[in-house]
Design a protein around this ligand. Structure first.
Ligand code: SAM
Length: 302
């Protein structure tokens, strides 16, 4: 969808680096590397990402969310492909102004300014999305995905474009180098599938690394977590040193201080783990069972 021009706004062809540059000049804004501003300049790639959401199959009511809309290339497609409300979260105020100019006449669009990790929680409580989409900034993609899943945003699916290295952490199996505390937390909250990879050339400016599209289907009820805070504390303790056995790493946590090391080891065995193992050897489910038991024992304590 081309920009509807007015007296002040340059026309944007979303696939043209030249037009993107002209638009940035018009806005008096440079590209900010720290905010991961690499625009997806391949319309087929954008179309495939939106198709991955499978919007036609979503029955429930609710808006679509887009994180990091940039100059609105994906936003235009979302508005075109669906009749739902679209809420976009953008940190760069120059882009926020531009999006309001570009889509000024659409009653279906809400532009939320600021860091999405600060702005989405109140909205999620009021009016939960049915689906979340985003070509995420590389530097904070992990933080954003972690925040959405930790808070349990109750949507049917999320589709993100992220740096390949982050995707590998999201889908990693136990006993592989990419398996981490982040992997465990995310896999407990959602079924995660890598859908496809895109080379750096699909973006402007082209990043040095390639990107992947991942699809997440939240499963908050089938694997309930009693306390996300306790699970996070447990994972932080367990993964503090990958080479150490759990006997040593968990032995240094508050849980061991309060319960005693041998009681903690007993609970670990009951959950299906073993103190002689290393943190990357345990499945997400073992961590969940142990964390839920600890949450029960530590309820009301700090
Ligand atoms: N959606 C556009 C596209 O696909 O071409 C731009 C994607 S660009 C990789 C990431 C966008 O996220 C940028 O517009 C950037 O300003 C924005 N952004 C970065 N950090 C953010 C944050 N914490 N909250 C909201 N938006 C953020």
């Amino acid at each position: 969808m081309a920009l509807v021009p007015d007296a002040n706004t340059p026309i944007v062809n979303d696939d043209s680096p030249r037009d993107i540059q002209r638009t940035l000049e018009h806005l008096g804004a440079g590209l900010k590397k720290r905010w991961g501003q690499n625009f997806l300049i391949d319309r087929n790639a954008r179309r495939r990402i939106v198709e991955t959401l499978g919007l036609e199959a979503i029955q429930s009511e609710g808006p679509l969310w887009e994180i990091g809309p940039g100059l609105g290339a994906m936003t235009a497609l979302l508005l075109e492909r669906s009749n739902r409300q679209v809420v976009v979260f953008e940190l760069d105020y120059a882009f926020v102004r531009f999006l309001r100019e570009r889509f000024g006449n659409s009653e279906r669009l809400t532009v939320v300014a600021g860091d999405v990790c600060d702005t989405f929680p109140p909205l999620s409580a009021q009016h939960a999305p049915v689906a979340v989409l985003g070509n995420l900034p590389y530097s904070s993609a992990g933080r954003i995905i972690g925040a959405l899943l930790s808070l349990g945003v109750p949507c049917e699916r999320m589709v993100f474009t992220t740096q390949r290295e982050l995707t590998e952490r999201l889908v990693a199996a136990p006993n592989t180098p990419a398996y981490s505390a982040f992997t465990v937390m995310c896999q407990l909250r959602a079924d995660i599938r890598r859908v496809r990879d895109f080379p750096g050339g699909c973006f402007y400016p082209a990043p040095r690394v390639s990107s992947s599209v991942v699809k997440l289907q939240p499963r908050y009820n089938t694997r309930p977590i009693t306390s996300v805070a306790v699970l996070q504390e447990l994972l932080q303790g367990a993964f503090a040193a990958r080479r150490k056995t759990l006997r040593n790493s968990l032995g240094a946590t508050r849980f061991a201080t309060v319960l005693g090391r041998s009681r903690l080891e007993e609970l670990l065995r009951a959950a299906g783990g073993a103190p002689e193992r290393r943190p990357q050897e345990l499945s997400p489910e073992v961590y969940r069972l142990l964390a839920n038991k600890l949450a029960e024992l530590f309820a009301g304590r700090r």
